[in-house]
Design a protein. Structure first.
Length: 218
């Protein structure tokens, strides 16, 4: 994990029995170090996006959406590496071909969005506070799936994400971290286009720190 990783995620991971090594200033520096270490020590490296079984696993949440709401018109999901949105694309294409799958990423970290838009893997800046969206590059497997099946991709600002976090607390009493609030920010931004539709937003992750909450509430 990066040296400035969310302390709640670090502690939760340790409680599950992991040895947590903190390295690098952001997700991608940490990921690259993990891959290098795995190669040097000849141990199994599980990529955060280029891993078919990981995509299949996270796809089950989209399967549950269709089990509860078979006629859902659109599903909006956060995109960092893209495994969750890729899983949703695969499920939607099998369960209901008319359902639109929409990805959302922070405008301050648009590598996945640009990779999808430009049809090639690109790297870009990473300046968002939403650690679940904080990637600097697009990934081969997930981008291949997204380019084939993703219907739309929305960029939202960090301020729009902050407002979505507060809205979820105020209106639904759900505590959601920044990446999990991004789909609501995208829905608000796209409300005219989606007016009258049945829309599911995936508000994944409640790992928002006390410090982040204090900053938001101030």
């Amino acid at each position: 994990m990066p040296v400035n990783a969310n302390p709640l995620k670090v502690e939760a991971t340790k409680r599950l029995g992991a040895n947590v090594v903190q390295f690098g200033k952001d997700f991608d520096e940490s990921r690259e170090y993990a891959e290098k270490t795995a190669n040097e020590q000849n141990i199994r490296y599980v990529h955060s996006a280029n891993e078919p079984e990981l995509i299949a696993g996270v796809a089950t949440l989209s399967l549950e959406i269709f089990e509860d709401l078979p006629d859902v018109d659109a599903i909006i999901l956060p995109v960092g590496g893209g495994s969750m949105a890729s899983g949703a694309c695969i499920v939607a294409s099998s369960m209901n071909s008319t359902t639109k799958v929409i990805g959302v990423q922070a405008a301050a970290a648009p590598a996945a969005y640009r990779s999808w838009k430009e049809g090639k893997l690109v790297s870009d800046k990473m300046g968002t506070f939403a650690e679940g969206l904080a990637t600097r590059v697009g990934f081969e497997l997930t981008q291949e799936i997204l380019r084939s099946h993703l219907d739309d991709f929305v960029l939202v600002s960090d301020d729009e994400i902050r407002r979505a976090i507060l809205l979820l607390i105020e209106k639904t009493h759900n505590l959601v971290e920044a990446a999990g609030a991004a789909p609501l920010a995208a829905l608000i931004k796209s409300q005219e286009k989606l007016k009258g539709k049945k829309v599911a937003i995936v508000t994944s992750g409640a790992n928002i720190s006390t410090a982040q909450l204090k900053e938001l509430l101030s």
